[in-house]
Design a protein around this ligand. Structure first.
Ligand SMILES: *Cc1c(COP(=O)(O)O)cnc(C)c1O
Length: 368
């Protein structure tokens, strides 16, 4: 079985392959197990279903994976291992849940924070010399800024400095933070890994056994383990991730180019476009530009809202990474009030690209 290809791995890994066994590891609904056993209690030990999911995602990123009840549960396990008085570097526009945790810990005096522009690599190289945690999110939400991960993750750093990458927008298919030297990769598996907008899940992947144990310990203390049904659905979704991501990012490139030419669009932010601020960085190491973009409609915020409402195929909804296209105006989301008022984030799905284009165009024309 050659599983070096990610698509093949996604489809073939995490199965029992025993005569008489079902092809798919079934959803295991269990809190406790008959003793004596290695697996006692699922908050502590997970389930066969969550283990299968971890095998698949871990193999893809090249490390050991731990599943969580949500992306934020995974983020918390990384942040809350920091001792009081730590110094943390985060992007100046991180995912709003991450921003919320960082702000709260700062207000409580748990850590001091540097908020850095991800397009400015030198700032991050400097932060590696002083910080205990360097948290990157690339591509970032919602300006789709790409950090120079190979340079930053591979650079010399202070002893004990942990480098973590929220790789949700890239998916495990477009970049390999652990290969570049990061200590931990985080995914909101709610998004592209699950891929169907029907679950919440998170995952951390690391090559360091001590870190793995620490995260495992946090997970059991916080009660942040994934449920049997969620683990099953996430794995079920992951089987088709390569197909979905390939199609969605192909669509995204076409749509970004067409939007850039549209008279009712002021700005398009997609790392695949040569006009994007971090296009050269993205091109230097990413194997695909992903399915996330943002753009500004001409006119005011009210027009941008009307545009979202006028869509008939694209779903006016938050979140991202589903097989269906979704979009929303970010400035109306809690914690995102600093965004440009006309910024719309589009998560490109797997529908026919001309149908998506037609919908964008009709919604623009209808709100002129
Ligand atoms: C959604 C998201 C998260 C949080 O994940 P949940 O599964 O919603 O808890 C973190 N980072 C990014 C980039 C996200 O898109």
């Amino acid at each position: 079985m050659d599983t070096s290809n990610p698509a093949t791995w996604l489809i073939s890994a995490g199965r029992t392959r025993e005569p008489g066994a079902p092809l798919n590891v079934a959803p295991e609904f269990a809190s406790n197990f008959y003793l004596p056993a290695d697996r006692l209690y699922s908050r502590v030990d997970g389930t066969t279903t969550s283990n299968a999911l971890e095998d698949v995602v871990g193999g893809l990123e090249g490390g050991r994976a731990l599943s969580f009840a949500s992306g934020m549960a995974a983020v918390s396990a990384v942040l809350h291992r920091l001792p009081a008085g730590s110094q943390v570097a985060v992007p100046d526009d991180p995912y709003h849940g991450v921003a919320g945790l960082i702000d709260e810990g700062e207000a409580q005096g748990r850590w001091t924070v540097s908020r850095l522009d991800q397009a400015n690599t030198q700032l991050w190289l400097d932060a590696l010399q002083t910080c205990d945690l360097v948290w990157l999110e690339s591509p970032a939400n919602p300006l789709i800024t790409v950090a120079d991960l190979p340079t930053i993750c591979g650079a010399p750093r202070k002893a004990g400095c942990l480098v973590a990458v929220d790789s949700t927008f890239a998916t495990p298919l477009n970049q390999k933070p652990l290969d570049y030297g990061a200590d931990v990769v985080m995914h909101s598996a709610t998004k592209f890994i699950g891929g169907h907008s029907d679950l919440l899940a998170g995952v951390l992947i690391t090559r360091d056994d001590d870190l793995y144990d620490e995260f495992h310990h946090r997970r059991l203390l916080y009660g942040a383990s994934i449920g049997g049904m969620e683990a099953f659905l996430t794995l079920r979704g992951a089987r088709t991730m390569a197909l979905r991501v390939e199609r969605a990012q192909e669509n995204a490139m076409v749509l970004a180019e067409r939007l850039e030419e549209h008279p009712d669009i002021a700005t398009v932010r997609y790392p695949g476009l040569p006009s994007h601020q971090t296009h050269d960085i993205a091109k230097s190491f990413m194997t695909g530009f992903g399915a996330m973009m943002s753009f500004d409609t001409t006119g005011d915020g009210a027009r941008a809202s009307a545009f979202c409402e006028a869509a008939r195929l694209i779903h006016h909804a938050t979140s991202l990474g589903g097989i269906e296209s979704t979009m929303e105006r970010r400035a109306v989301i809690d914690g995102q009030q600093g965004m440009p008022p006309t910024l719309i984030r589009l998560s490109v799905g797997c529908e026919n690209v001309d149908d998506i284009w037609h919908d964008l165009n009709q919604a623009l024309l209808a709100t002129r």
